[in-house]
Design a protein around this ligand. Structure first.
Ligand code: SF4
Length: 333
């Protein structure tokens, strides 16, 4: 496979959880061996719906980076950078905002869904910044000439919006930007402990990569099981049980027995949950060990971010020069 450039990233609004791990991080670790990977810590984007809570964004930057490193992102292979320290991205966002209409942004299905979910923040009228975040994402992608963007199905409209902006730019100012492709890969959405289709911090149904054994135990003990099962020897239905669902992720080689015994009424829910707790703790142990290494070395984490940001900025400066020349903004050259 040809080595291409990938852009991916996370909003620093909370620590990463097992939904992120199975949904994208595992894939990211694999892809860094195949392609040139840029990982953005999207603090500017996080502010679009956390503008009144900058402390939260600031405090989570370090947490997100430590989670990345803990799961196996290698700073020698991947470039981890901070969005706000690459001002060219903000500059590109301004230029691209002329190439997209308000109506088109309002029609974007991803944005539409998110605005509906964030009524408590925006009320009846969404901010200019939030409505325009797909434009800023187009700037993130094109600033680094990235052509592969790992996303979930629900984010495909954002990539399409970026492609439209690139085409419009190239048709007006000449062929300068590359159209990115969405990479669906093995991205999968992991359900929450409560059975909700999505695991999320705001939903309170997540197990974090950094959770202690006690926290994991407490959460698993409260996970939704088959509600029709009253006594230990009642036949259960693992298909409606979140414990069985997580056994499928963490208990390879044991999950078939779990389901058979559950269906046959030969397995108690408490014992079943304890087995899952043990397997999750074992699975997360090496990740947490690496995380502790970085927690004890904040200077090393800072250095990784500074080096990555320096490299990312150099790339963005090249794009900026090209874009300004194309837009006749190169007055003193
Ligand atoms: Fe779920 Fe296990 Fe109880 Fe079956 S025995 S309902 S799989 S917790």
């Amino acid at each position: 496979m040809d080595k291409k450039r990938i852009l991916t990233g996370d909003r620093p609004t909370g620590k990463l959880h097992i939904g992120h791990y199975f949904g994208s991080l595992q894939n990211r670790v694999k892809l860094q061996n195949e392609h040139e990977t840029f990982i953005e810590v999207a603090d500017v984007q996080a502010l679009t719906d956390n503008f009144a809570n900058p402390e939260k964004v600031k405090n989570n930057v370090k947490e997100i980076i430590m989670d990345q490193l803990a799961v196996g992102i290698d700073p020698n292979k991947s470039t981890i950078f901070l969005q706000s320290m690459v001002p060219e991205i903000a500059e590109l966002t301004v230029f691209y905002s002329n190439l997209v209409t308000i109506a088109r942004l309002e029609r974007n299905p991803t944005v539409k869904t998110e605005i509906a979910q964030k009524r408590e923040i925006f009320g009846e009228s969404v901010t200019y910044g939030f409505l325009g975040y797909p434009v800023s994402q187009a700037a993130d992608i094109t600033a680094f000439d990235a052509t592969i963007i790992p996303v979930g199905e629900d984010q495909l409209p954002l990539i399409e919006q970026c492609r439209e902006i690139v085409r419009k730019f190239n048709s007006i100012y000449g062929e300068n930007l590359k159209e990115p492709e969405a990479y669906l890969g093995e991205n999968k959405r992991i359900k929450g402990l409560d059975g909700n289709e999505k695991m999320g911090k705001s939903l309170g149904n997540a197990i974090y990569l950094a959770d202690s054994e006690e926290e994991i135990a407490k959460k698993v003990m409260s996970a939704v099981t088959d509600p029709a099962r009253i006594k230990k020897d009642d036949p259960g239905n693992p298909n409606v049980c979140m414990v069985a669902y997580y056994h499928n992720l963490f208990s390879k080689g044991e999950v078939e027995t779990v389901c058979e015994e559950c269906k046959a009424g030969k397995r108690g829910c408490v014992a079943c949950k304890k087995q899952l707790i043990k397997n999750i703790v074992e699975h997360l142990a090496p990740i947490q060990e690496r995380r502790r290494y970085y927690e004890e070395r904040p200077e090393e984490v800072k250095e990784i971010l500074m080096e990555g940001t320096k490299k990312a900025r150099k790339e963005a400066e090249v794009t900026m020069k090209k874009v300004k020349q194309a837009m006749k903004l190169d007055y003193f050259e």
